[in-house]
Design a protein. Structure first.
Lengths: 127, 167, 178
């Protein structure tokens, strides 16, 4: 059965890039997309996913507020999340980890780095 | 309150960020291309593409990225893993905006490590000029037989470090 | 069984599980090993230059000399014989800075970038790499297991995916260019 992944990023180009990496990784996956945290929450109200890949800097609801909201939901808080962001500052990484992010990938990254992070998430270890 | 980053710090960070982003996600090295122009260059008008990202932090400012459209089509195709001729104008602009976003974030992560920064969504600008303002830092990077130009403008702090500590 | 030697600007695809492929003198050139565990097919391409547009007539005579023409034909041959791009395990070695200490020509680096660009367009990601640096390498592919071995500086080691987590992909960092 295919994994169900939610990609949250306001950049259509980055969503395409991430989907291509997922496909090239050989992962059997169905991808859902949202352009900000609020859209993502609405989608999660209707669909279940195995993992969430989220940006931080997004209009309307950013990635930090999105993860903070997920952390208050008894079901969604257990969905593994991977942050993919241009922000590589230690304080941001620490905050996202504290909000429950299973992994953090700073842009720019090699496609193989994203594949590795996904493999670690589905292997049950921290990405 | 720490002093804002110096122009030379921005310039070093800009050069490193450009090299890193283009190398990892666009497969571009820091050397002029010896290959002849690709077929299909007539797909785009001979105009420049410009994308601006405003950032809020310590300090705040703007990054402007400029490249001619034919070269932008090439790097967009490489990023998306598609053929040049299959891309729409919108896809090219979306990739260019994401390039500007990543470069800006990579620069700020290098110079603003003590504070959180926020990036506004990149916007395509109708004009590549920024009259009346001299940039804080500038970097020109070869992309094929074209040049990618990145400029950063740092906003002046509202008050200097001494006044800020008293606020 | 003696290994089948893949020469410079050449490519070999086999399906015999007892076979080993080997290619030598990977300086600025790149050796690309592709293996499909399901079909048992595997091969090595040894290319010299990044872009066939530099010399189209030469590329028609010797397509495996160039990354773009060589990789395309290599993958097409594997797929024609039953491999799937999504199952292919890719390993690469070479792309070193040989006899170009000032980095003026940067052939090795250009080859590395061309390799990654073309594989990305083909929808293939690399599993293990030994690229960059300043020394020549030898690459071996065991068709039965898909394991890849590299000889460099007199030491033989297996190429695995362990390098990816450490971020040392190229061996030539941006800082090296300053």
């Amino acid at each position: 059965m295919a994994y169900r992944l939610l990609i949250v990023d306001d950049s259509p180009a980055m969503r395409s890039f991430v989907k291509r990496v997922i496909q090239a990784s050989g992962l059997d996956a169905k991808c859902f997309e949202a352009s900000n945290g609020r859209e993502a929450l609405a989608l999660l109200g209707a669909e279940w996913v195995d993992a969430i890949l989220t940006d931080i800097n997004m209009p309307d609801m950013d990635g930090e507020e999105f993860l903070r909201t997920l952390a208050t939901d008894d079901v969604l808080k257990n969905t593994p999340s991977l942050v993919i962001s241009t922000d590589a500052t230690p304080q941001r990484i620490a905050r996202m980890r504290a909000l429950g992010a299973r992994g953090y990938l700073s842009k720019p990254f090699l496609p193989e780095d994203l594949r590795g992070a996904l493999e670690r998430i589905f292997g049950g270890t921290d990405a | 309150m720490p002093d804002p980053p110096s122009p030379s710090a921005f310039e070093d960070a800009l050069r490193d960020a450009l090299t890193d982003v283009l190398h990892k996600m666009f497969f571009i090295g820091a050397f002029a291309d010896a290959t002849p122009p690709e077929a299909g260059r007539e797909l785009d008008p001979p105009a420049e593409l410009a994308a601006r990202v405003h950032f809020h932090g310590e300090p705040s400012g703007d990054l402007l990225l400029v490249l001619n459209r034919q070269a932008a089509r090439g790097i967009a195709a490489d990023f998306l893993g598609e053929n040049r001729s299959c891309l729409t104008g919108r896809q090219i602009e979306e990739v260019f905006c994401e390039l500007a976003n990543m470069i800006c974030g990579a620069v700020l992560s290098r110079v603003e490590s003590a504070a959180t920064f926020y990036l506004a969504s990149p916007v395509i600008e109708p004009c590549a000029d920024n009259p009346g303002r001299s940039e804080t830092a500038k970097c020109v990077f070869p992309v094929g037989d074209a040049e990618l130009t990145a400029r950063i403008w740092m906003e002046e702090p509202v008050c200097g470090p001494l006044e800020k500590s008293a606020c | 069984m003696d290994p089948i030697i893949v020469g410079v600007a050449d490519c070999v695809v086999v399906s015999d599980p007892g076979q080993v492929l080997a290619t030598y003198a990977l300086g600025s050139c790149i050796g690309l090993a592709l293996h499909d565990p399901a079909s048992g097919l595997g091969g090595i391409l040894h290319f010299m230059l990044p872009d066939s547009a530099l010399d189209p007539s030469r590329a028609r005579e010797r397509p495996f000399m160039f990354a773009d023409t060589g990789i395309r034909i290599f993958v097409a041959e594997l797929c024609a014989r039953g491999a799937s791009p999504r199952r292919l395990a890719a390993h690469a070695a070479g792309g070193a800075r040989i006899m170009d200490q000032n980095g003026e020509f940067a052939i090795g680096e250009r080859n590395c970038l061309a390799l990654r660009r073309i594989l990305w367009k083909q929808g293939i990601l690399l599993r293990g790499v030994a690229i960059g640096g300043a020394q020549s390498r030898t690459m071996r592919l065991e068709i039965g297991s898909g394991r890849v071995w590299i000889d460099e500086a007199g030491v033989r080691h297996e190429l695995t995916g362990a390098a990816w987590g450490k971020g040392t992909v190229y061996g030539v960092s941006p800082a090296d260019r300053r």
